[in-house]
Design a protein around this ligand. Structure first.
Ligand code: AMP
Length: 559
């Protein structure tokens, strides 16, 4: 597999789909990695995971099921409603497109074969089509692509567009495959990937420079790093017992920001690594002024404060600011932000992630001249449960979400939920889940999509598996809002039940997690309730099945 035809990739997909074993899958991918042209390594890695663009690229195809079906209908010479019917019958849009094309292929001959690069660059052109007439342009590009596709190729192009590749490959497998292909430790691949976010670069280094090359990958201001995640504290006492003397910090209720500075240049990235610099000029300006180091990567929480009451604003309003593309100045005045910094990953040319948190905080203090609205997170170093408890109560009294408990000795592990940082809050932990299905309501709810199927992602396979349905507790207004949001995502419908393109992430509260044979995940949420839509999270970032299991276990351990 050298110049790589898309047909060859489709064959690989098909083999992966038929191979359930993780090890065998890893071997299949490793073989691809070894044989493929170097500059294709990045693209192939993305495509194998069923993602077209890395999260931080800011690129999205912007194609929903109805446009896709229109394109399939056009290419196959049938009506869009025939495509819909075929999808409902096959239970999968990819297989439906494959079947429809098979019928058509008998009549015409495909003149030209698609290469992986060509498919990818068409995806790029589709993503970049915006503004007036973009619908038609996207549709034309998509139809052109499908008109050159053989049936098996169409199966995977269609699934890729819908974000439902279903070949059971997630980041972990690609990581292991690179390790296997180039004989380097998986941990070194993982770390390098977390730092540069590009499997192509990681694979090239592994191939030519081995483990040492991977270790020499440095973080660069301007390229975001996956944030380290917090674990749920079993209890304050237990965490302090484990950590000994620890850093106790206020848990601010806002949105995480990663601020990068290089000389006069400044970037702000969201938690999902989108570049949000232009939406936050006030934060950028303060950061430029207050970060005294020449180069830096620091992390903090951006909190929206009501200028009149001084109280924190709702999370939704924070996100409104993050997404804003026009009238930014007006939003700055309406919803001013304050930033509380809590970590430093890189300062003046030095990468700090392997240093202890204690040392990183010290470096942070040395690199920032705080001012009102751009401050360091309030912190108490203590080993005493009594002192920590008092700090916790004070934090809650002041309207904060809770506290963080951090190991003073621990390094920063990008992208991982390791036990170096715990969060403690009074309310029950919620789950961020993807809506993968819904039901058309009847009676008073006729015409509205209700009863949403909630799914968690299996970390190993990337598959989304249902853990429950939520219907009750949704107001009429919300029903309408959800229907508008979900209707364009309908992939197929059977009776009143629809399957949805996995796009929308919701935060869900529940009473308990139970074991259940009713759902493919093996778990079911008892009395789930939607708290809010998590616009700041992509489906890739939703909570995993592994986390559901962890919460299930921790709930069993609770007194
Ligand atoms: P959660 O999103 O519930 O997993 O909680 C972890 C999040 O809390 C982080 O991603 C930050 O956005 C936020 N946070 C607020 N204050 C702090 C702090 N002092 N240290 C670390 N994270 C914080």
């Amino acid at each position: 597999m050298c110049a790589v035809l898309y047909a060859e990739l489709a064959e690989v997909y098909s083999r992966l789909e038929e191979t359930p074993g993780k090890l065998e899958k890893t071997e299949i991918i490793a073989k691809v990695m070894k044989g493929v042209d170097e500059e294709l390594l990045g693209i192939i890695s993305q495509l194998l995971m069923g993602r077209v663009f890395p999260e931080w690229s800011g690129l999205e195809l912007g194609v929903g099921p109805s446009m896709l079906y229109e394109a399939i209908a056009f290419v196959c010479g049938v009506a869009p409603k025939d495509v819909k019917r075929a999808v409902a019958e096959a239970g999968d849009a990819g297989s439906a497109a494959e079947e429809l094309l098979k019928r058509k292929v008998q009549q015409t001959l495909i003149a030209r074969r698609l290469s992986v690069r060509e498919v990818y660059s068409t995806f790029e052109r589709i993503a970049r089509a915006s503004g007036k007439g973009s619908h038609q342009r996207k549709l034309k590009l998509l139809a052109e692509l499908l008109s050159h596709a053989e049936p098996l190729e169409a199966r995977y192009i269609v699934r890729t567009v819908l974000g439902e590749l279903r070949v059971g490959v997630a980041e972990g497998l690609v990581r292991d495959a690179i390790a296997l292909a180039f004989s380097v430790p998986a941990s070194a691949v993982e770390r390098a990937y977390m730092l540069c976010g590009d499997f192509g670069e990681v694979a090239r280094r592994a191939k030519h420079e081995g483990e040492e090359g991977l270790r020499s990958i440095r973080m660069k201001p301007g390229t975001p790093v996956k944030p380290m995640l917090a674990q749920l504290a079993p209890s304050l006492e237990k965490v302090l017992q484990e950590l000994g003397t620890a850093a106790v910090e206020v848990k601010y209720d806002g949105a995480r920001v990663q601020i990068h500075k290089r000389g006069e240049e400044l970037w702000i990235f969201s938690r999902r690594l989108e570049n949000v610099t232009s939406a936050l000029p006030d934060v950028a300006e303060r950061a430029k002024r207050c970060i005294t180091a020449t180069t830096a990567v620091v992390e903090g929480e951006a909190v929206a404060v009501d200028p009149e009451t001084g109280k924190p604003r709702a999370f939704q309003e924070i996100l409104r600011r993050f997404r804003r593309k026009y009238d930014v100045g007006k939003m700055v005045a309406e919803i001013p932000f304050e930033v509380f910094l809590f970590d430093a990953l890189y300062i003046d040319g030095e990468m700090l992630i392997d240093l202890s948190f204690e040392e990183r905080r010290r470096r942070l203090e040395g690199a920032v001249k705080p001012e009102r609205g751009f401050e360091l997170a309030e912190q108490l170093i203590t080993g005493s449960a009594g002192e920590a408890e008092a700090f916790y109560e004070k934090a809650l009294e002041m309207g904060h979400e809770g506290i963080m408990l951090k190991s003073l000795r621990a390094p920063y592990v990008p992208g991982a939920r390791v036990g170096y940082m715990y969060k403690l809050k009074p309310v029950m932990e919620t789950l961020d889940l993807v809506i993968t299905g819904a039901v058309w309501g009847t009676g008073k709810r006729a015409g509205w999509l209700s009863s949403y199927e909630l799914s968690a992602r299996d970390e190993d396979t990337g598959e989304l598996l249902p853990v429950g349905r939520v219907g009750t507790g949704v107001t009429e207004e919300q029903l309408q809002e959800f229907t508008e949001m979900l209707r364009p995502l309908i992939i197929s419908q059977e009776a009143e039940e629809v399957r949805l393109m996995p796009k929308v992430v919701v935060e869900v509260a529940y009473q308990e997690i139970q074991r259940s044979p009713n759902y493919a995940s093996g778990f079911a949420l008892r009395f789930p309730r939607v708290v809010r839509v998590r616009e700041d999270k992509s489906p890739e970032e939703a909570d995993t099945l592994q986390r559901v299991r962890e919460l299930y276990e921790s709930q069993r351990q609770a007194p």
